[in-house]
Design a protein around this ligand. Sequence first.
Ligand code: NAP
Length: 297
Amino acid sequence: MIERLALIGLGLIGGSLSLALKKQGLVGEVVGYSRQLQTRLRAFELGLIDRPVDSVAEAVRGADVVFIATPVQAMASVFAELAPVLAPNALITDGGSVKGNVVAAARAALSSVQFGQFVPGHPIAGTERSGPDAAFATLFVDHRVILTPTSANTSAVIERAVALWQAVGAQVEQMPVQHHDHVLAATSHLPHLAAFGLVSALSRLEERYEVFRYAAGGFRDFSRIASSDPQMWRDICVANRDELLPMLDHYLDELQLLRRLIDAGDSVGVERVFADAKAVRDVLYRPALTETAYQAE
Ligand code: NAP
């Protein structure tokens, strides 16, 4: 049971965690802060928070759990603002999609004791929608949440973060920070980059209107995640560039290989690449798994 939850960032992830905890009757009061007044008021109107406040410090003062769900590059200033008012036994956790830069920001802004109160996390659940209106209570049910505890965390504080996510139906796993950023660069950050890049490239064609008029289901499937929030994905790509760029180069090598095979009219070679890819994807997304996989960003 959480007496007071401080929610910093009132969009899809923060709002959904609050709704899920409220639905389970696990939280007394949710005090919320986000950058814009209109977002705070909308979150209040939708019942995501019980009390909107005008600063990070006001939200965090007296809270026993602090959840940070802003874009990742905004988290450094959030840690700096919360440090002077954080209660000694409060748990801090976050939902940021990159962990290396968030952990570095926390280490820089918090005292060593406070840094031990911070258990970094990342829910592997989401949609391409954002803002308070996108939040829903069942977002995390049967989805993975990856925690990346640091050496400053005690097993007791890690257990509190695990219990928080399990209470909203998530399956909790743990992995080292750098490993998280490496794996997520491949499975999430690169696909978003590819989707944004494809739609951007086509939109710059002179014949773009005709191209988009004839875009069919395949284009819709592939490009869906290019409707995701640009600020959030800008932050993720820049924050995780050390892991993302080698992954992008690897992908570009594959596209270059396909380009060479097609240029040479090498039907056998092209088919071999496609057949290998199809075999992998067919195993990954057997029909029964499709719906879950589709939702897991
Ligand atoms: P979102 O719906 O866009 O919500 C972000 C919230 O952060 C908004 O309430 C925004 O408020 C607030 N915010 C932005 N800059 C801020 C600042 N400087 N100080 C305080 N508040 C600020 O985004 P989201 O999808 O919930 O994502 C939140 C976090 O979860 C991100 O770190 C993201 O990487 C991670 N995540 C996202 C997904 C996904 O699929 N969407 C999945 C897993 C993890 P204003 O409107 O007032 O600016």
